[in-house]
Design a protein around this ligand. Structure first.
Ligand code: AOF
Ligand code: ZN
Length: 354
């Protein structure tokens, strides 16, 4: 199953809004076929692994990271494929939250296949957190917050310069992460200070380029910014406050920028979801990061720590967080620690599956 999860990860950036899924067919203790969901609309992981295994699948065990589907949609049901191939046993990680496709476990069991579900389920749910969120009853997008920090929690020096905190490896990882989200967002302060592009320029080319989002209550985003200048190539959405300056809204609209009106951060997220954005990768700055954390709407944290200090004059990432007593503070769940050159990435989840 660990191998199947590894394979599933290869679909990052290519399969959303469908899930990352991996599968391994094992016979007599030997992997005879591997597969993963490579591309939205293409064959499911099980079908790929069965194709690779061929006749060797007869009497074998299939390990799949998601309960095999039982529905006809873009592709025929994987339950049919597994039965036709003569697989004797199916082990899956997470139960399918998609009501249209779920129930494959029962279908297989009724057909005489030995079925075991829930193996490495937590890992599988963490890997597919965006998919599980989309099938939850939450009305807002999945929110990930990424920050590049110094050891003393600064995201910029006293002059506001932030570009060189983390190194090249960490920056490449940020681009890889961006590719898996529907949107990449910053606050207006960061948009003004850095004039970012927020495009994906890394190891994974996203199937659909993420929408660039700016949380910009009073529509300060300059028409001359790189974001506005490229809004017709890769979409830009601005989340404004409830009464944005009409002239700015009209001018942004003329440049191809979508302006959403909101009464606050939570409402802004709902508006994004209504506009079709199921997941947002937020990259700061400090004000937006604190606002999201204070509103308790961050599902996942990607904290890149670079080995330097900038001192109290630097811009603190968390300066505007609400103060809480130690007994009441929420403890995040660590998913991973990884290193990228001199930098360390700590990935944390808010909830189970977050
Ligand atoms: C995938 N890839 O490897 C597996 C999936 O829209 P469809 O027809 O491709 O079906 C999507 C559903 O199928 C998905 O929501 C999930 O419930 C199930 N399994 N989907 O895209 C896969 N195994
Ligand atoms: Zn399937």
């Amino acid at each position: 199953m660990a191998r199947a999860l590894e394979l599933a990860a290869r679909g990052w950036g290519r399969v959303a809004p469908n899930p990352l899924v991996g599968a391994v067919i094992v016979r007599d203790g030997v992997a005879v076929g591997e597969g993963w969901h490579t591309e939205y609309g293409q064959p499911h992981a099980e079908a790929e692994a069965l194709r690779a295994a061929g006749e060797a699948a007869r009497g074998a065990t299939a390990y799949v990271t998601l309960e095999p589907c039982s529905h006809f949609a873009k592709t025929p049901p994987c339950t049919d494929g597994l039965l036709a191939a003569g697989v004797r046993r199916v082990v899956f990680a997470a139960h399918d939250p998609n009501p249209r496709a779920a129930g494959g476990g029962e279908v297989l069991r009724a057909a005489g296949v030995e079925v075991l579900g829930g193996v490495m389920e937590a890992e599988a749910r963490d890997q597919n957190a965006l998919f599980f969120h989309a099938h939850s009853n939450s009305a807002r997008p999945f929110v990930a917050l990424k920050l590049a920090l110094t050891l003393d929690g600064r995201i910029a020096d006293h002059a506001g310069s932030s570009v060189w905190i983390t190194g090249e490896g960490a920056r490449a990882e940020v681009h890889r992460l961006r590719a898996g989200f529907d949107a990449v967002a910053v606050g207006s302060g960061t948009a003004l200070a850095d004039d970012p592009r927020l495009t994906v320029r890394g190891p994974v080319e996203p199937r659909v380029p993420p929408t660039r989002v700016v949380f910009d209550r009073t529509l300060r985003l300059p028409l001359a910014s790189r974001l506005v200048g490229t809004a017709r190539e890769v979409p830009v959405t601005v989340v404004a406050g409830s009464d944005p300056p009409a002239e700015s809204a009209a001018a942004l609209g003329l440049h191809g920028v979508r302006v959403l009106v909101s009464t606050g951060i939570h409402d802004g997220l709902l508006a994004l979801r209504e506009s079709g954005i199921g997941s947002v990768f937020v990259e700061g700055g400090a004000k937006l990061a604190s606002a999201l954390l204070n509103a308790d709407v961050v599902d996942r944290l990607y904290l890149f720590y670079a080995p330097l200090f900038l001192g109290p004059g630097g811009v603190g990432a968390f300066a505007e967080l609400d103060t809480v007593e130690i007994g009441a503070a929420h403890r995040w769940r660590r998913l991973r620690t990884e290193t990228f050159g001199a930098d360390t990435l700590i990935t944390l989840a808010r909830h189970t599956g977050g």
